[in-house]
Design a protein around this ligand. Structure first.
Ligand code: ZN
Length: 133
C-alpha cells in the first residue's frame, strides 16, 4: 500500500531564513516554492534522493502551521507516505477504524492529492498520504 516516504514536513517561522541553512549550508536545492491558499502555507520542496523535505511557513496567524508552532515550536510537523489510489486507501483505513482528518483527498502543493490521518489514531504522528501522477 505504501510505496515510500514521499516527504517530511517541517514547520518553520521564516522560510527565507530557513533556506539559508538547507540550501546555503546543507547544499540542498529548493525546486518548488508555492503558496497553498486553502492551507494558509507557503511551502518549499527540497529533494533528497528519492524523498524530499517540505518546509512550511504559515501565511496567516490562524493557519495550521502557525498553530503548530505556537504549541510545539518549529520542527518536524508531518511525515508523508506515497500511495496509489488515495481515495480507496482512505476508504479502507476508515473501514479499519483509523480516524481521518480528511475523508476525501484534497489538493496539496505540487498538484498532489493529499489527506491526513488523525494523530490520535497514529500514536502521535501526523501522517499525510500523498498521491502524485
Ligand atoms: Zn506534506
Amino acid at each position: 500500500m505504501i510505496k515510500k516516504i514521499d516527504h517530511i514536513g517541517i514547520a518553520v517561522k521564516d522560510l527565507t531564513e530557513t533556506l539559508k541553512l538547507y540550501e546555503g549550508m546543507l547544499g540542498l536545492k529548493a525546486v518548488d516554492t508555492e503558496v497553498v491558499e486553502e492551507q494558509k502555507v507557503k511551502t518549499a520542496f527540497l529533494p533528497i534522493g528519492d524523498s524530499e523535505v517540505e518546509l512550511l511557513e504559515s501565511t496567516a496567524p490562524d493557519g495550521p502551521i502557525a498553530k503548530f508552532i505556537d504549541k510545539n515550536g518549529q520542527g518536524v510537523q508531518h511525515i508523508a507516505f506515497r500511495v496509489d489510489n488515495l481515495e480507496q486507501r482512505l476508504a479502507e483505513l476508515k473501514e479499519k477504524g483509523v480516524r481521518l482528518i480528511d475523508e476525501k483527498p484534497r489538493r496539496g502543493a505540487g498538484g498532489a492529492k493529499i489527506a491526513f490521518l488523525h494523530p490520535k489514531s497514529t500514536y502521535g504522528v501526523l501522517i499525510e498520504l500523498c498521491e502524485r501522477d
